[in-house]
Design a protein around this ligand. Sequence first.
Ligand SMILES: [Zn+2]
Length: 105
Amino acid sequence: MSDTNDINNTEVIGDSVYTYFRSGFTSIRPIEDNDKIPLFCPICAECMTSGYDDSYYRNYTCCYECATIWAEPDRERWKLGYRPDHSEIENELKIRRARCCSFSF
Ligand SMILES: [Zn+2]
């Protein structure tokens, strides 16, 4: 590996960061994309498949369901770092899984 003393120059070209090393090689890596939405909610660990999950994740860093239950009712507390404990999450997941989905034709 290289150390930071070996770095000669760094520049951004397009979507990539080019780091030029004095030893002669160049490292090219993508710019960090902090807007990525994870596949699973960081709170409940459920897959984020709802059409609302993207926008709720950007606001609360959790899925739509977690946001409406824990984040939105007390936004200030959420922004200060409150998160539900394991038992609260487990209870909520039981409720979600118990929801009945019926179809009639
Ligand atoms: Zn969630």
